[in-house]
Design a protein around this ligand. Structure first.
Ligand code: NAD
Length: 494
């Protein structure tokens, strides 16, 4: 099997000098428990390397280091000084883009070219936040002639950040970048499914950031994540992941009334009105679900299409889905890698069965690809269901895989009702050539992002976050710095 040979060689190359311990107080740290776990390449189903398995003792060490750094040198830096350090760190990271992209691709299975885009995008976020922080300041508030009133925006101190596995380094850029630029120190807990690149990012800060500013504790959610959420030395929590774990994080935060930012799941609609450019809409909606093998929080996983154009759109969508073909992530031109781990594969396959039991029509996919070279990895064909009922589990629950649901509507009112009839509200898309209809729908849809005649258009400076159960707070934008600072009002009697 040439795929396995190619991956084993790439793993040997990538791990020759790689040690995945924790990173605490500016140095490698062995796990207190002495335990390590394997991280696995999902395309070849072979282990990449072993990783330190964190427990409460490691979290204690990391929070202590982060507190000391927040109270010390880092706490005294200006935004300008932090921006210079972050920029120097990003210069080092830029020399390692190929290495980071290859590691990301091996660790989570995304095509190498997409991994490279992700790494470069992540580095941009660090520099963006650092520049915005330099332009941020408090206010002077008019309050009569007897007083001088002004505000200061102060960092919380230690930010505890828990990350998922679907865009590991992007989300590190979104979170770590904002917390540090605003003057906090960080203890990050990467997903056990994606520990490689965030740990490398921390290692690459060794000669630049003061010790204790950016710490990484690897490990599992219950063992390492939960102690971070419960730690009284953590002043701010930020979590990206599933709704059930987000609820647990919020409950743990309540004990010390620790502020939380939550970026959770989605079941985002893509609404196709009858006047849309149907071919463009089909291509956009296919990319919206199949990019990253459907493992995107903001994937458009429900297409709502007007009944008059449903047949034509369905044919166009099935054609567009063909572009997304499972293949070796290390080979140029591959559009879709495997699911990131075995349980994800099982989950997707279970939902395909559930969909059929619920009476939806399987129009494409619903199984792993036939290619022999792909048989060891967790690959899955792009899958399309027609005749889906919006009340069914297929339409209500986040599958997090390459499964699209087609649902029809008769009127504008019904389209909006269906779009909003899920517990989530992360993202959405609208396809129409009628500008006023587009803006009306954008106002009526309950979601943090609305893309009109496109999907997944984002980037530095554009707020991203959820309505309803999709979360609390916004990342990627100016206001994100506010998630990591608190306002102090100072009133001076003149
Ligand atoms: P998950 O909730 O299973 O895990 C997320 C992180 O939480 C991991 O690091 C995990 O180890 C940790 N964790 C697990 N149990 C914990 C506990 N009891 N206490 C503390 N930490 C714990 O999510 P996942 O499977 O890694 O990621 C997929 C989910 O993330 C999807 O629901 C997706 O929609 C969501 N997501 C949201 C965004 C966004 O910006 N809104 C972005 C990416 C992913």
């Amino acid at each position: 099997n040439t795929l396995i040979e190619r991956h084993e060689a790439a793993i040997d190359d990538a791990t020759a000098e790689l040690t995945l311990d924790h990173w605490i107080d500016g140095a490698h740290a062995e796990p207190a428990s002495g335990e390590r776990f394997e991280t696995v390449d999902p395309a070849a189903a072979v282990p990449i390397t072993t990783v330190a398995s964190g427990t409460a003792a490691d979290i204690d060490d990391a929070v202590e280091a982060a507190s000391a750094a927040a109270d010390g040198e880092w706490g005294d830096t200006t935004a300008r000084e932090r921006a210079t350090l972050i920029s120097d760190w990003m210069d080092v990271c830029r020399e390692h883009v190929d290495e980071l992209a290859r590691l990301e691709s091996l660790d989570v299975g995304k095509p190498l070219a997409f991994a490279r885009d992700e790494v470069e995008g992540a580095l941009e976020f660090f520099e963006y936040y650092a520049s915005v922080a330099q332009a941020s300041h408090g206010e002077q508030i008019p309050f009569g002639t007897e007083n001088h009133v002004y505000t200061r925006e102060e960092p919380y101190g230690v930010a505890g950040q828990i990350l998922p596995w679907n865009y590991p380094l992007s989300l590190a850029g979104w979170k770590v970048g904002a917390a540090l630029a605003a003057g906090n120190t960080v203890v990050a807990k990467p997903s056990e499914q994606a520990p490689c690149t965030i740990t490398r990012l921390a290692q690459l800060s060794a000669d630049i950031l003061p010790d204790g500013v950016f710490n990484v504790v690897n490990g599992f959610g219950e063992d390492a994540g939960a102690p971070l959420t419960e730690h009284s030395g953590v002043d701010k929590l930020s979590f990206t992941g599933s709704v059930p774990v987000g609820q647990q994080v919020m409950k743990a935060a309540a004990d010390d009334v620790t502020p939380v930012t939550l970026e959770l799941g989605g079941k985002s609609p893509y609404v196709v009105f009858p006047d849309a450019d149907l071919e463009a809409a089909a291509e956009t909606a296919a990319a919206g679900i199949y990019y990253n093998t459907g493992q995107s929080c903001d994937a458009c996983s429900r297409i709502l299409v007007h009944e008059d154009v449903a047949d034509e759109f369905t044919d166009l969508f099935l054609d567009a889905a063909d572009y997304w073909e499972p293949g070796d992530p290390l080979v140029d031109g591959t559009t879709m890698g495997p699911l990131t781990f075995a349980d994800q594969y099982e989950k997707v396959d279970d939902y395909v069965e559930i969909g059929q039991e619920e009476g939806a029509t399987l129009l494409a996919g619903g199984e792993p690809p036939a290619a022999e070279a792909l048989e060891e990895g967790w690959f899955y064909e792009p899958t399309v269901f027609g005749d889906v009922d919006n009340d069914s589990r297929l339409a209500q629950e986040e599958i997090f895989g390459p499964v699209q649901c087609l649902i029809t509507f008769e009127s504008y009112e019904e389209a909006i009702e269906l779009a909003n009839d899920v517990p989530y509200g992360l993202a959405s898309g609208v396809a129409t050539q009628d500008a006023s209809l587009a803006h009306r729908a954008a106002a009526d849809i309950e979601a943090g992002s609305v893309w009109i005649n496109e999907y997944h258009g984002g980037g530095v400076g554009i707020p991203f976050g959820g309505y309803k159960q999709s979360g609390i707070g916004r990342e990627c934008a100016r206001e994100t710095l506010g998630e990591y600072t608190q306002t102090k009002a100072i009133n001076v009697a003149l």
